[in-house]
Every structure is written in C-alpha cells, then in structure tokens.
Design a protein around this ligand. Structure first.
Ligand SMILES: [Zn+2]
Length: 257
C-alpha cells in the first residue's frame, strides 16, 4: 500500500492524496485537479473518490473523475445534499480494506464543518498515518468560518488526535507549515522544535518539497496540541481556566493573525 501526496500548486495550497493498494486498486482523497489524478492512476483502476468534507477545494475534481473513470464518490453521511453524486455515505468507525494487511478507518471529525471525516490508515491493527482534510494541519488546525464551530473542533482534536501514537504520519489537506510555524513562534517564542523546523523549512523550495510530520513532532510544534503548556497559557490575552478556553483563544488569535 502506498500513499501518494500531491501538491496542487494552487493559491489555497491544497494537497490531494492517492492511495494505491496492493490489490492494484486506487482511491483518491480530495481531488483538486482531475487531470493530475488521471495521469497517475491506470485507467479503470480508480475505485472511489473520498471527500473529507464538502468545500469546493476538496471536491472540485469529482465530476470529471466520475465522467472519465466511472468511479464512486464517498463522503460523510452528513454530506447529503452538500456534495453532488455521492454513491456511498461513510460513518464513524467504518473499516475499508486497502489490500493485504492494510485498511482505513473512518473518523467522524466535526468542527471545520459538520460533514467532515478523517481517514486513519492502519497496517494490520496499528495506526500508520492519518489523512486529516481541514481538521488538523501541520502546526495548526482548520478554521471554522464556513459551517464550522471552534468548540466542536476542540472536542474533535482533543478526543481523537491528541492520543494518536507519536509515529503516526500526518497527511493534511493544505500546506501551511511555514506560516503555521510562525504562528507557533508568535505564541511561544522559546519553542526550540518550532525554531529548528522553521530553519529547515526555509531551506526548502516549498512548492516542490514538503515535510510530512508525525504526531510526535506535532505535539512539539502545534500550539493546538499544547494547550496545557505554561509557555502558551502565560502569553494569552486572557487567563484561561480550561484547555478549551486556551484552544478557543488560540483559534481566535489565529483568525486575526
Ligand atoms: Zn475546508
């Protein structure tokens, strides 16, 4: 099983993913440009497109892929009436085989929108990677401007991502790493891991090369996974009484940043 991360070279900096199973089937997650998918997937092998959520930048390749490959469209059950042509609605904890030893498990992850799913990729029963759409980014989380709720996003992040094993690889829906690291350092100037990663990122050609982080790194550099850290709490404009309040304040600061 292989996960191909495709940077889409658009102003929103989307990533599309192709999952290639050992059985020779392919799945596409969040197609931006159908042409890029058709170049990479053998004709007749695209089993389904999976949309993490209903926003156009995650679904706009759907119709051309259906037209050319006659593939299925899968999405969250709450996407009824929000994404055209869905052939299968996915629900929490559903498991989909990706060939020998590999599977993906559907996570119900509301917050950015209420029709948002993430995909936990497992080898045997061990979590290997997570495809997170606009829920969790490297060094950040999704905004809640278009049909979301930051309080619900807090519940999703703290209940479903905080405890994932450190070696789980993060595959987000957008490439915002450099900007997000700068936000981390604005909140936590003494964050050594974020400082070091930003130096590495600065040396990359960010439209060609990417860092795939894992959850262990995220717990060091992502302020939204560091709500209990004194260094963050001390520098907020309020005196927080709960982790949720820290999260909501950080989300607001990021909106205005
Ligand atoms: Zn979105």
């Amino acid at each position: 099983m292989k996960i191909h991360q495709i940077y889409t070279h658009n102003f929103l900096r989307n990533f599309t993913y192709i999952l290639e199973t050992s059985d020779g089937d392919y799945y596409c997650v969040d197609p931006w440009d159908a042409g890029e998918i058709l170049k990479r997937v053998p004709h007749g092998k695209l089993k389904a497109v999976i949309n993490t959520h209903e926003h156009d930048d995650h679904t706009q390749g759907n119709s051309e892929l259906v037209e050319k490959e006659n593939c299925e469209i899968w999405a969250h059950e709450n996407a009824k009436g929000k994404i055209a042509g869905v052939t299968r609605y996915l629900s929490k904890d559903e498991k989909i085989s990706l060939g020998l030893d590999w599977s993906m498990e559907v996570m119900d992850t509301p917050g950015h929108t209420f029709a948002h799913l993430c995909l936990l990729i497992k080898e045997k029963e061990r979590p290997y990677a997570v495809i997170t759409g606009d829920t969790l980014f490297s060094a950040g989380v999704g905004n809640c401007h278009n049909g979301g709720d930051p309080g619900v996003l807090y519940e999703t992040i703290s209940a479903q991502f905080q405890m994932l094993p450190d070696d789980v690889i993060l595959y987000p829906g957008h490439e915002y790493l450099e900007n997000n690291l700068k936000f981390t350092l604005a909140r936590e100037p003494d964050n050594q891991s974020a400082t070091e990663l930003l130096l590495k990122v600065d040396k990359l050609n960010m439209d060609e090369d990417y860092f795939a982080t894992d959850l262990g790194v995220e717990k060091e550099i992502n302020t939204f996974l560091r709500l209990d850290k004194k260094s963050i709490r001390e520098h907020l404009p309020i005196t927080p009484t709960s982790d949720k309040e820290v999260f909501l304040t950080l989300r607001q600061l990021r909106n205005e940043w």
